[in-house]
Design a protein around this ligand. Structure first.
Ligand code: HEM
Ligand SMILES: *[C@@H]1O[C@H](CO)[C@@H](O)[C@H](O)[C@H]1NC(C)=O
Ligand SMILES: *[C@@H]1O[C@H](CO)[C@@H](O)[C@H](O)[C@H]1NC(C)=O
Ligand SMILES: *[C@@H]1O[C@H](CO)[C@@H](O)[C@H](O)[C@H]1NC(C)=O
Ligand SMILES: *[C@@H]1O[C@H](CO)[C@@H](O)[C@H](O)[C@H]1NC(C)=O
Ligand SMILES: *[C@@H]1O[C@H](CO)[C@@H](O)[C@H](O)[C@H]1NC(C)=O
Length: 435
């Protein structure tokens, strides 16, 4: 009986292998989908694509198959766009076809396909327009958001000052500070770092709904098309999810890099002292006068490439692209890390070097290849806010404190702990000494 069972399993696996090999051959013979390694049945390309060092793996595959290739994650084919040319050609020159959001398991569960991040088509156009104008009305890119961030820096500094020079892990307070900026924009008020609901929100973003009810319930309902309450809630939820972890992780990673490279920290502080001084807080207008600090922040974002594959995209219809046809609904990953680590644009791309964004005369060097926020129609709508937060939070911290590692800088690891959908820095502690 057991033998029969085992024989059946072997037989079924063989059939599955044959079928999937035939399907793969069929596709590659037609020459339609971009080329790629032959997948195993059900498992796909697990042998070639290891989530642990995804960027390196995809780099290798691109050396073999070119800038446009197909890998199978499980049984689903995924088209990878590798390198600046092909990413730009797809997301910008073919924006209409490539700007749909691909399938994300979390999206279906968390949002049921509404909100901004997970929606598509007319609904997405409307919600995105609505969310952007809301952010703008609240002052995105204007004074009032800047003031909200500056207000929050006071609380963050106070929290850091409480550590009195002893070692601490900055993760939690940075999450609080960054979450509070969104709270302040969306709900009109910040929360105390000890507020129970706020802490619950940060540890479990699902509690957003409870926050909604307490602070935001009075919002007028629009019964029109996409503007119903569910979408408003989901959009705010999206802003929270998309805007909190991304920004606070970038700052946390940035501080780690400054611990690793104390000379760079020192040069940023010299620039802050020269341009801002000690008698007032840094403001966004200072940024143009501070090319070195600006370059360091760009280099942090380039070096860590926080979302190495952006978020999944898909094509809205069967799409002829270069010499291939990508069938409607196929998942597409634009490899932002391949653009951010382009060795021609950024010599020694795996080295942390603010010189990547400086001209020889010390002025800021702009680069088309700087796309940590992606590109095209789906480009991160929080870019302006995020860049303001990075500059103001990091600038104010360094104005008041010198950051010291707990171990020798040489021993500090700056390799991300998880290199799948997001690059997260290894856990670390630091000491903040008042200047
Ligand atoms: C350093 C911080 C941030 C980084 C690196 C970042 C990066 C990204 C990336 C790569 C995407 C995917 C774009 C694509 O589909 O190709 C994205 C989408 C998005 N981000 Fe950000 N982001 C950051 C901060 C923020 C902030 C502060 C907000 C909110 C105010 C925000 C809101 C969003 C939203 C709503 C989307 C979905 C847009 C859409 O699907 O149309 N992000 N972000
Ligand atoms: C999700 O959306 C589908 C169709 O839009 C709807 O039928 C279903 O009730 C929704 N589920 C939840 C949990 O909102
Ligand atoms: C920082 O902490 C010290 C000692 O704990 C305290 O005396 C000082 O007032 C604090 N400074 C600020 C600005 O909170
Ligand atoms: C509601 O829908 C109508 C027709 O579709 C449109 O003219 C009107 O501007 C919409 N109102 C809002 C608030 O979107
Ligand atoms: C930070 O620096 C500003 C300007 O020098 C000063 O007013 C403020 O008290 C400092 N805050 C802390 C917590 O040290
Ligand atoms: C600095 O160099 C860049 C490019 O090398 C040039 O465009 C810019 O005009 C220079 N600026 C100054 C002030 O010399």
């Amino acid at each position: 009986m057991e033998l029969l069972g085992a024989a059946t399993v072997v037989f079924l696996v063989c059939i599955a292998c044959l079928l999937s090999f035939a399907a793969w051959r069929g596709r590659s013979v037609k020459g339609k989908m971009p080329p790629g390694p032959a997948p195993l049945p059900i498992l796909g390309n697990v042998l070639q694509v290891k989530p642990k060092n995804l960027a390196q793996t995809l780099q290798k595959l691109s050396e073999e198959y070119g800038p446009l290739f197909t890998v199978h994650l499980g049984s689903d084919p995924v088209v990878v766009l590798h390198g600046y040319d092909v990413v730009k050609e797809a997301l910008i020159d073919h924006a209409d076809e490539f700007s749909a959001r691909g399938h994300m398991p979390i999206g279906d569960r968390a949002n049921n396909g509404s909100g901004i991040v997970f929606s598509n088509n007319e609904e997405w156009v409307q919600i995105r327009r609505f969310a952007l104008s809301t952010l703008r009305n609240f002052g995105m890119g204007k004074r009032s958001i800047e003031e909200r961030i500056q207000e929050e820096t006071d609380y963050l500094l106070e929290e850091i000052n409480k550590t009195e020079g002893t070692p601490f892990d900055p993760t939690f307070m940075l999450s609080c500070a960054v979450s509070n900026v969104i709270c302040s924009i969306v709900f009109g008020k910040r929360c105390d770092y000890k507020d129970k609901k706020f802490l619950a929100l940060i540890s479990n973003m699902n509690n957003i709904f409870e926050m909604m009810n307490s602070h935001w319930g009075q919002e007028k309902e629009h019964h029109n098309s996409s503007f119903h309450m569910k979408n408003l809630i989901n959009s705010a939820f999206d802003l929270f999810i998309a805007g909190t972890e991304t920004t606070s992780t970038t700052i946390r990673y940035g501080l780690l890099l400054l611990l690793k490279y104390p000379k760079i920290q020192e040069k940023v502080q010299e620039e802050i002292d020269r341009v801002v001084g000690q008698s007032r807080k840094p403001c966004v207008a200072d940024r143009t006068q501070m090319p070195y600090t600006d370059a360091v922040i760009h280099e942090i974002q380039r070096f860590i490439s926080l979302l190495p594959l952006s978020l999944p995209h898909t094509v809205t219809r069967d799409t002829c692209f270069r010499e291939y046809v990508i069938p409607k609904g196929t998942t597409v990953f634009p490899s932002l890390s391949s653009v951010l680590h382009d060795g021609k644009e950024f010599p020694n791309p795996n080295e942390f070097n603010p010189g990547h964004f400086l001209n020889e005369n010390g002025t800021f060097r702009k680069s088309e290849f700087f796309m940590p926020f992606s590109a095209g129609k789906r480009i991160c709508p929080g870019e302006g806010l995020a860049r303001m937060e990075l500059f103001l939070f990091m600038g104010t911290i360094l104005q008041n404190f010198t950051l010291k590692p707990v171990v020798n800088p040489q021993e500090l690891s700056i390799t991300p702990t998880l290199s799948g959908t997001g690059n997260v820095p290894p856990a670390y502690q630091l000491c903040a000494l008042p200047r």
